[in-house]
Design a protein around this ligand. Structure first.
Ligand SMILES: [Zn+2]
Length: 217
């Protein structure tokens, strides 16, 4: 399995394929994970959630930063270049979105859902009429929610695996495409827009996020 713009990662201790150099590396989160162990022992769910959120947001921003560097340097696969063209964005736009992303805690968010939905959409109007919140989107299985209008991405701290570079990179790459105003049906490439390379990494985050479903309005 490969990461668009990144080096293929050995999965389950596998051996990288031919022409492969290096792999994605995560930030040093060991000290924070040690803190988490202590919190689990104290059984304080709120404190655990807050600490998990810290770790997750640091990790996701680090993974996003690595991917943005590759986008800026052109260190991406040919398939990925084609995908970016088909998505009608530039590598720089995606890199800017990754560098500037604001990661927020989702389940407790009282932020207006309407403000995250495309301007002029029916969904936005319904969300406004019903006073829906971003936190309300975080039912079972929802890992992340992104604004289609700005740089905000909300996560469920319990569902993000900060130590998994592939998962984290895929997640933040996918969510920042939403920040650029792209919706899942376009990203998913239902019209055959996307190459197998990019589809492979994003399919993983769809399975996790259930974000291919529309908001529950
Ligand atoms: Zn999505």
């Amino acid at each position: 399995m490969t990461v668009c713009g990144g080096d293929p990662l050995p999965i389950g201790g596998g051996v990288p394929g031919p022409g492969v150099s290096g792999s994605l590396t995560g930030p040093n989160i060991d000290p924070l994970l040690n803190d988490i162990s202590g919190l689990i022992a104290s059984l304080s769910t709120a404190a655990l959630e807050a600490q998990l959120f810290n770790v997750d947001s640091i990790a996701l921003k680090a993974y996003g930063g690595q991917f943005s560097k590759r986008l800026r340097n052109g260190d991406i696969f040919e398939d990925c270049v084609k995908d970016i063209v088909n998505l009608q964005i530039t590598p720089e736009q995606w890199a800017d979105a990754l560098d500037n992303v604001s990661v927020l805690n989702g389940p407790t968010s009282a932020e207006s859902l309407a403000g995250t939905l495309p301007v002029g959409s029916i969904e936005r109007q319904v969300a406004q009429d019903r006073n829906l919140t971003v936190g309300g989107q975080f039912g079972p299985g929802t890992v992340a929610w992104s604004s289609a209008n700005d740089n905000r991405v909300w996560i469920n701290p319990f569902y993000v695996n900060a130590g998994d570079a592939l998962e984290g990179s895929s997640l933040i790459a996918h969510e920042t495409l939403h920040n650029l105003g792209l919706i899942d049906s376009v990203i998913q490439g239902s019209s055959g827009l996307m190459s197998p390379t990019l589809l492979t990494i994003f399919r993983k985050s769809w399975e996790l996020t259930a974000l291919s479903s529309p908001p529950t309005l």
